[in-house]
Ligand binder design. Sequence first.
Ligand SMILES: Nc1ncnc2c1ncn2[C@@H]1O[C@H](COP(=O)(O)OP(=O)(O)O)[C@@H](O)[C@H]1O
Ligand SMILES: Nc1ccn([C@@H]2O[C@H](COP(=O)(O)OP(=O)(O)O)[C@@H](O)[C@H]2O)c(=O)n1
Length: 214
Amino acid sequence: MLLITTLRRLSMANVKPSIVFVLGGPGSGKGTQCAKIIKEFGYVHLSAGDLLRTERDIPGSRYGDLIEKHIRNGTIVPVEITCNLLHAAMNNSRKDRFLIDGFPRNQDNLEGWNREMAAKVNLQFVLFFDCNEQVCIDRCLKRGSSGSGRSDDNEESLKKRFITYFKDTLPIVDHYQKQNLVRKIDANSSEDTVFEEVKKCFKEVILISWEYQM
Ligand SMILES: Nc1ncnc2c1ncn2[C@@H]1O[C@H](COP(=O)(O)OP(=O)(O)O)[C@@H](O)[C@H]1O
Ligand SMILES: Nc1ccn([C@@H]2O[C@H](COP(=O)(O)OP(=O)(O)O)[C@@H](O)[C@H]2O)c(=O)n1
């Protein structure tokens, strides 16, 4: 038993964790679809936004005020903070497949990840939810008015979040597009219709990785 456990640990130590980045506008359905993906495909969902909100809410956190300021302004928290939270969450998990939702969201995120993490993981692909701005805004306002408790689901913060999305996040999607790593999904339709497209995409990638290993 001890030998089997040791061998398993050793073999796992040699395998780089697989990563899928999940990007898309605010309210495009990243979190909703990630919840479905983990049930069907067994990834661990790490939402950069959720990790930042959790850190913000820790009493006495040295980054709490800074994080809240960025969230309200729809701007992006310095990568050192976000990357450390992601790294710690990955280390705390026994799994080796992660959906990283809402990251990398700007050039600073991308450079920090490339410096600290990129060589330690296998980036499978970037799942990109393409959704009309007004559809996204309506979804976030509905989420805000039904008690999400999020300080940024209001019209003023949403305007700023979209400025950041167009100016800072779409260039990151383009960056990965040039490496042919982006799988674009039309995210305007119902949750189930979107998930049908998402499933096709994961099945295709899993099939390719099996063929690659054989
Ligand atoms: N395809 C969809 N159609 C309608 N509403 C959706 C859809 N996907 C998500 N929603 C709703 O829109 C809001 C934002 O979704 P969420 O998954 O949190 O987006 P994101 O993580 O991209 O901000 C949530 O209230 C969610 O229930
Ligand atoms: N990589 C990230 C992700 C989120 N965030 C912050 O967290 C906020 C909410 O991000 P989120 O991914 O939870 O939600 P959406 O804006 O995608 O709906 C962003 O507007 C940023 O202020 C960040 O600073 N860096």
